[in-house]
Design a protein around this ligand. Sequence first.
Ligand SMILES: Cc1cc2nc3c(=O)[nH]c(=O)nc-3n(C[C@H](O)[C@H](O)[C@H](O)COP(=O)(O)O)c2cc1C
Length: 349
Amino acid sequence: MSEVGINKRKTEHIRLCLTDQVEGVNKTTGLEGISFIHNALPEINFNDIDIAATFLGKQIKAPFLVSSMTGGSKLAAQINQNLALAAEERGWAIALGSTRALLESEAYQDSFLIRKKAPNAALIANLGAVQLNYGYGIDEAKRIVDMTEADSLVLHLNPLQEVFQDEGDVNFESLLPKIESICKALHVPVGVKEVGFGIEGELAKQLADVGIAYIDVAGAGGTSWSQVEKLRSKDPLRKAAAEAFNQWGIPTKDCIVSVRSVLPNIPIIASGGMKTGHDAAKAITIGADMVGFARTLLQAATESVESVLQIMEQIELELRITMFGIGAKTLTDLKQTNRVEIMGKSLME
Ligand SMILES: Cc1cc2nc3c(=O)[nH]c(=O)nc-3n(C[C@H](O)[C@H](O)[C@H](O)COP(=O)(O)O)c2cc1C
């Protein structure tokens, strides 16, 4: 079957993210400015290091999330199946890509129905918040959660992506009260995420005040959606304009620090440009509770469950090694460690 409309767009996104330069230019997460201070006598047994966490009321084996990527195309079905089976085995949380295609297109609906592949995983359904200005409301949000059997719905905030998309939905007016109505009406927690340009403290506070249960910062330093849409665009003006935004966005590190300073208790997911378990450890030590990976898992997800499992195990091992290297036995120890230097300033001084 040849794909059209929303299904075609999903396949194009995946293909470009696999083959092209889709990161910002000279843009980093900021995590490179953080380093741990080695402890030559950690006084813990490596084999006792515990990285288990709780998320969405579920026990998970590692503080990791397969970030929202896809659904709604043939390629997406294969990717989601591999991600779901691997997430179930490793005890990671997993998010679906935007479930709009689930309601709007009969094609490949099964690609979103991964609960049977990941019966115990903390599972998040995903919808663009802007759709609340384009005919979506409480009923659609409930249907999405019911159909996917998700533990949560995350609303993505992607104004710049939409504006660089030839077919983008750009009316972002008065969404906050609509987000509030979704938070009130759903029986599962509702979170928000960006798609790689970041959420900072002031906005996070406004969102928490209307009932948002967790913030996935999805900051800059990884996949840039102005770059991806630039590659898809057939409009010469948009294509050229996207070049001027290849450094746009709040670095992931700055998002985490900013949100945590305003909201001391809200669960924060660090994502955007996360590549290793060492990155994850840095994000956790500055305030994140969970760490999300998108494009880092994508190539493996097109190959096999085994390929995804291998990357997941590597990320877990890197987190454990970082914790060993500073003598942190639990994630609480990692959060509280003073064995860290941030932008040249040691917390041990
Ligand atoms: C192929 C692909 C498709 C994506 N589709 C969605 C989506 O449907 N909804 C969403 O909220 N984010 C989507 N994202 C954005 C990611 O969730 C993430 O926020 C962003 O890519 C930055 O993370 P990264 O640097 O780890 O890739 C997608 C990412 C990729 C790579």
